[in-house]
Design a protein around this ligand. Structure first.
Ligand code: BTN
Length: 244
């Protein structure tokens, strides 16, 4: 994977999207400073300049990748971050659909945008914001945590960039070759936050009903399947269910 370093940009996702025609191969672009970092649901993303990883990967698919299987890409990316953190001695889990948690705190946010044509996904723009050396968070993000807060020491960002590029190459290659995708999915389920087979509380957003249930699966399109206490299976798309 090619690696490009920028001193400053508005958002690495916006930068890669604007320049997507210039990329041919998988390329990771990271920025020391983002002036308008973007999060999920139109939120902004807080990252103190020079303290955290703010990066975006342009990832082309050789044959248009079936959009119905797009959640495999999210699984591969989440597992890559979990792999990187495990290598640094931090045990993290993937919170459906796109966060990485350590305990009950968010250490990393992921923002993936797929460029879809008639036949499928042509390329993916994969944004990752990993809290590394930042010690104070000022935004209203509910429960942030950084690697340095957890471990009590700092990390060299350039080394983590090389590390995450390797983890992403390995995991995304599995999705690209379409071999080992089932194992990848099983591994993802095994690393799912609150996916340990116990019952947790959720809120069905559409009808504002709270219920207890057990996460059973995530379908290839990304739908979360929760088995409620009375044995019924409920399926939720993004934003249709909240963890309480
Ligand atoms: C979230 O809200 O949890 C997703 C956050 C994604 C942040 C990363 S930082 C690098 C890339 N560039 C952006 O503007 N956003 C993503």
């Amino acid at each position: 994977m090619n690696i490009t370093k920028l001193d400053r940009t508005d958002s690495t996702n916006s930068y890669v999207t604007r320049n997507s025609r210039d990329f041919v191969e998988a390329t990771l672009v990271y920025a020391i400073e983002q002036t308008a970092g973007r999060g999920q649901r139109g939120n902004s993303w807080e990252a103190e300049p020079g303290k955290n990883l703010t990066l975006t990967v342009f990832y082309p698919w050789e044959e248009a990748f079936p959009a119905l299987r797009q959640f495999s890409v999210s699984e591969a990316v989440a597992l890559s971050v979990v792999d990187l953190l495990a290598g640094e001695g931090i045990e993290a889990r993937a919170k459906w659909p796109n966060d990485i948690y350590v305990g009950d705190r968010k250490i990393c946010g992921i923002l993936i945008q797929h460029s879809v044509t008639g036949s499928g996904i042509e390329h993916s723009v994969i944004g990752i914001g990993l809290n590394v050396n930042q010690l104070v968070f000022r935004s209203l993000a509910p429960n942030p945590v950084s690697m340095a807060q957890l471990a009590g020491h700092e990390w060299a960002l350039d080394e983590l960039v090389t590390g995450i590029a390797g983890c992403l190459s390995r995991r995304l290659d599995i999705v690209k070759r379409d071999s080992g995708r089932e194992e990848l999915h099983k591994e993802f389920l095994g690393k799912l936050w609150r996916g340990d087979g116990r019952a947790y509380s959720f809120r069905d957003v559409a009808c504002d009903v709270r219920f207890a249930g057990m996460i059973e699966d995530v379908e290839t399109g990304g739908t979360l399947c929760i088995r409620s206490g009375d044995g019924d299976l409920y399926r939720f798309a993004f934003k249709e269910v909240e963890f309480l």
